[in-house]
Design a protein around this ligand. Structure first.
Ligand code: OGA
Ligand code: MN
Length: 297
């Protein structure tokens, strides 16, 4: 297996081991798992793009999430991100829910921090690429953590933040998260520092979904979250993945943020994501607030 680093802070391309190898061979899995723990974003090129391979690969890392309520792929392991209407098979207009969701995906985030169980990793495959735009950009939240002052790190280590799907969707359109989605996805609260149990490295755990901090006035919390976002996503710190046919990209949701980049909406983009839920072995138990707060309605 060859590991080719993509950016000084984040990302590596894996060569010599395929997605199918990982699905079928424990030694291949262990080698790729170690690279995942180290590099946070892994790129596989020239793979056969098949659902079976994507699921087989992903399931080695842990239990798969099912796509969330009212999303394309709901109830299956496949989250579908596209600007094509699933019924009419036509490109959607800019006001369509899937077009607005694409915009929400263009906010810096980590996947599923609003869920009852956060995500360990996501695996994304490009099924139709638009030819221009539509890249996916990543930052290392370990590097972000290390850019914070020692006093801020000490403070955030014991801060717990609220993550909600309605919060990030509301930045795009106040009606984008329906009542049904809000009922199914109540806010979740997580420590703001995720410590990797394998290598002890700390990462700043925030997302577009983060809308409040326990024990802090909302105004103060939102200002702090904005400041942390600006530090995390400062120019020069990202790896931008330019998609080619046959690409799969996997990322560590504990230690990164990502965002989709815009593309011309008269071009089809169709992506399929599988998502692996985090377990206690991935450090989730340390993330839960000690007193299990519940957000007031
Ligand atoms: C995702 C995501 C960005 C993109 O699949 O979780 O945010 O570029 N994708 O499609
Ligand atoms: Mn995402």
């Amino acid at each position: 297996m060859e590991i080719i680093q993509l950016h000084p802070e984040i990302g590596a391309e894996i060569r010599g081991v395929s997605m199918a190898d990982v699905a079928n061979d424990d030694n291949a899995y262990r080698a790729v798992r170690a690279a995942f723990e180290e590099h946070s974003v892994l790129v596989f090129r020239n793979q056969p793009v098949e659902d079976k391979i994507q699921v087989g690969f992903s399931a080695k890392f842990g239990p798969l999430e099912t796509a969330k309520v009212a999303s394309l792929g709901e109830g299956t392991p496949f989250s579908i991100l596209t600007n094509v209407d699933p019924v009419t098979r036509e490109l959607v207009p800019p006001t369509h829910k899937e077009a607005l969701r694409a915009k929400a995906n263009q906010l810096w985030h980590t996947d599923s921090s609003f869920r009852e169980t956060p995500a360990l990793a996501s695996v994304l495959s490009a099924r139709t690429i638009p030819g221009v735009g539509g890249e996916t950009e990543f930052v290392s939240q370990r590097a972000s953590w290390n850019r914070l002052s020692a006093s801020l790190r000490a403070k955030l280590s014991n801060c717990y933040a609220w993550h909600s799907y309605a919060h990030s969707r509301g930045k795009i359109d106040p009606g984008l998260a329906s009542q049904r989605e809000q009922n199914a996805l109540p806010p979740a609260c997580w420590r703001m520092r995720w410590r990797n149990p394998v290598n002890g490295r700390d990462a700043l755990y925030i997302a577009s979904h983060t809308g409040g901090i326990e024990g802090m006035e909302d105004k103060e919390a939102l200002t702090l979250i904005d400041e942390l976002m600006a530090i995390s996503t400062a120019p020069g710190h990202s790896y931008e993945h330019v998609w080619r046919n046959g690409d799969f990209v996997m990322w560590d949701n504990r230690a990164t943020m990502h965002r989709g980049r815009p593309w011309p909406m008269d071009k089809v983009r169709y992506m399929i994501r599988t998502t692996i839920a985090a377990s206690d072995a991935d450090g989730v138990s340390e993330m839960r607030p000690p007193h299990h707060p519940r957000k007031a309605a």
